[in-house]
Ligand binder design. Sequence first.
Ligand code: URA
Length: 245
Amino acid sequence: MPKTSMRLDKFIASQRSDLSRSDVKELCRRGRVTVDGAVQKKSDFKLCPEEAAVCVNDEPIRYRRYLYIMMNKPQGVVCSTRNGLSPTVLSLLPPELRREGLFPAGRLDKDTEGFVFITDNGDFAHRILSPKNHVPKKYYAELEKPWDESYAERFKSGITLLTGEECMPAEFEGIENKNSCYVILHEGMFHQVKKMFEALGNSVEYLKRIQIGGLKLDESLPLGGCLEIMHKELSQIDPLFDGEF
Ligand code: URA
């Protein structure tokens, strides 16, 4: 990949949500910014983001072109980028993981818990959401009525929703207590898991997404908590990820 160059103020503001470009200009003027160990007073100084060692107030900036975040969404929080009546997943992000352009890649319902993937890399989000890439999403569900032996076969052959829409083949795995199960989907229609069980005459009382691709929701993550997903883990979500974008 050819090396890119970027203005110092743009670079810092893109990595630190708490600093605007004019804040950076002021910090540079006051000698609070260093590049490769030397004070840099010019905020329009050009640098290579992948290579320059930049510090603000003696704190190094860890450059990440894109952010990839795993969140354990609680109930009552919406997967939207807009502020409305309910809190959004973005409003739960800690300051060090905030930046412009982040969005949840794929939505969970307000009353669904679990793994939400948040990124500012639109191409990667598109790849994991597109049904043609078959990135599986695994859910844990608690049902109103016990499941029966027919469910696995019905999920496998593709459930027809009450609206007439056909679902792609999916996987069903019952849990012994008969009111709980795991479901793996390869697409993401609106309210899909709930609608699939409705089509079987059942209903979902609790739903949690526990895995995207091969990446499991970290069990130590409390509800509302999040952590940054590192590059090497991204290939667990999408095996074709080559680290280039
Ligand atoms: N299916 C649903 O019904 N709801 C979700 O939140 C996710 C999948």
